[in-house]
Write a protein of this length. Structure first.
Length: 335
């Protein structure tokens, strides 16, 4: 991969100085943030996954699996996620924000500028601050999902039993914690949702690019659907689990479908459904996913949109809280 041109002062808020700071971010640290495990090999580091075989030496990297390489963290972020220059720079600034950038006041004029120091802590520290499990609060969190959101109780109970959903220790209104897992089950992120209907407390902690909250087994599914939130994932599964023998629904924690998720489904020859919200952001997310995979021969990608704004609204319209349907016969998870 050749060194990428700067969009620079003319677009995206990425000045040459800022770009240099972002490129200098530790490449092993970036790989670790993506859920990869860089291991030292002499003067280099190597990180492998199902889709990458990366060797990092200083500020340069090469992916032996794809035959591409580059220099600096922006190039590597683009390679791992499929983001363009501006989006990759924004992600790096949001997650790493080198001290030199803060001192010079060269930051993106976006939500990242409003983040508190606590929101920029490493993922384990964020979990210790916002997502401490409290079984005493589970009855409140479960009632929110079942009674207010209309989610099938058996699905909620099964996900809670395997630790994918739990309540945190906030009071008087605990938050639900939906864990983000990698393809091999490692927890690298989480989405929180406070159990007040009108609450705006919905932070996403850690990694959402290579780890996601999912209902069903992504690895074993015949079809994988991508939605915008954990509540939507639960709702879509309740609505459509009987439509295919094995369905998995993944929360993207936003309207951008992660490139890694699409790569995994493509490699397994699974059907992939982009099922984002019925709004302008959802339409942009679908178009981006379609454009990114347009030249993937044989990739079975389709779009599905809720009749109302989102899938939980559709679920509540056909099955108000308290009216339950028969649980799907297959388990959510498979060995």
């Amino acid at each position: 991969m050749n060194s990428l041109p700067l969009h620079g002062e003319h677009g995206g808020g990425v000045t040459p100085t800022l770009a240099d700071q972002l490129r200098a971010i530790s490449l092993p640290a970036l790989l670790a943030w993506h859920g990869l495990a860089p291991r030292p090999e002499g003067a280099s580091f190597r990180a492998k996954s199902d889709h990458h075989n990366l060797v990092v030496t200083g500020n340069r990297w090469f992916d032996n699996r794809t035959g591409t390489g580059g220099a600096g963290a922006i190039d590597l972020q683009m390679h791992l996620t499929g983001e363009d220059f501006s989006a990759a720079s924004r992600t790096l600034a949001d997650q790493f924000r080198p001290a030199a950038i803060c001192r010079q006041g060269i930051i993106f004029p976006s939500a990242s500028a409003n983040k508190s120091d606590s929101e920029r802590l490493p993922f384990p520290q964020l979990m210790a601050k916002y997502a401490v499990k409290d079984d005493g609060n589970w009855s409140i969190a479960r009632a929110y999902l079942v009674e207010m959101r209309g989610i099938e109780p058996a699905i909620v109970d099964e996900l809670h039993a395997v630790g994918s959903i739990f309540a945190n220790d906030h009071r008087p209104n605990p938050s639900l914690v939906f864990l983000h897992r990698t393809d091999c089950g490692k927890v690298l992120g989480a989405t929180l949702r406070e159990t007040r209907q009108d609450s705006a407390f919905r932070p996403c902690l850690g990694n959402k690019l290579t780890a996601w909250f999912a209902v069903g087994s992504v690895r074993d599914a015949h079809a994988v659907a991508a939605v915008e939130s954990p509540i939507d994932a639960l709702s879509y599964y309740c609505l459509y689990a009987g439509r295919t023998d094995r369905l998995a629904v993944v929360s993207c924690s936003g309207s951008t479908v992660p490139a890694e998720l699409m790569v995994q489904t493509y490699d397994r020859r699974q059907s992939f459904v982009v099922a984002l919200d019925n709004d302008a952001a959802g339409e942009r997310g679908w178009k981006k996913a379609w454009d990114e995979t347009a030249d993937w021969s044989g990739f079975k990608i389709t779009s599905d949109r809720p009749l109302r704004k989102d899938w939980n609204a559709d679920l509540l319209a056909v099955r108000p809280p308290g009216k339950q349907r028969q649980r799907p016969q297959h388990s959510l998870f498979h060995a």
